[in-house]
Each structure stands twice: as structure tokens, then as C-alpha cells.
Ligand binder design. Sequence first.
Ligand SMILES: [Zn+2]
Length: 137
Amino acid sequence: MRDYPWLKEKLDEIWIKYFPDIPRENKVLITFKGRWKNKFGHIQQLPSKNTWIAVNKLFQDERVPEYIVNLTIAHELAHYSHGFQSPLEQKYSHPHKGGVVNKELKKRGFSEELEKEKIWLKEEWLNIYHSYFKKRI
Ligand SMILES: [Zn+2]
């Protein structure tokens, strides 16, 4: 079951496996939140200085492949590693400009998953999304 402990463990796994050089300099929280169509995740530094990662709540559905959840978490950790919404030194002027996130993810071994994600997004995601939210006629 994709519950809170499952998600929390995923974050630790991905951090250890793919971002071992990135120090965790504050408390990083993760939860499922939001049932978004066009957004998979979100990262925000809170007034408490903790960082909060949100993963699309629809990803609790087992039809969403695990690598999509992993990629979403890795995407947000790439922002963290670049100093966005984190206490680390900011490396770029803008979080997405120049494709810095995908470059980071490719460098860290996610090339294959990024390719698979494109196809999944085109062929599967909207079917899953619309099984929860009916299309407007
Ligand atoms: Zn992003």
C-alpha cells in the first residue's frame, strides 16, 4: 500500500542511491498532496525552514508505475540539490531554465526512466486521471 511510511522510505532510498553527495542540511518532509493533472510534485521551504516535498496524491494508485513516483521525488531532490527551497547554495538563476533538472537527472542515471515517462504521460496518465475526474463535455 502506498501510504505515508512507504513514501517516506522512497525518499530515503532515492536520496541514498542517487543523491549520496547531497547533504541533508535541514529536515525534509514528504507527503502525498493534491490531485493535479499537470503537476506531479512540488517542493517548498516552509517558514520553519524545513523543506516539504509534495507528491501528487493520485500516485497512490498502483496503476501509476513506481518509476514515475521515483522520478517525481528525484525531480524535487534535483531542485533541492540546486539550492532551490533548500539551505544549500543556489546554483542557477531559475529552477528550470536550460533544462537543468533533466540534465541533473540524466547525470544521476534516470535517462531511461525519463524516456519511459514521456510515453507513459502520453498514453496512460490521462486515462488514470480521468478515471477520477470526468472529462467536461
Ligand atoms: Zn521542477
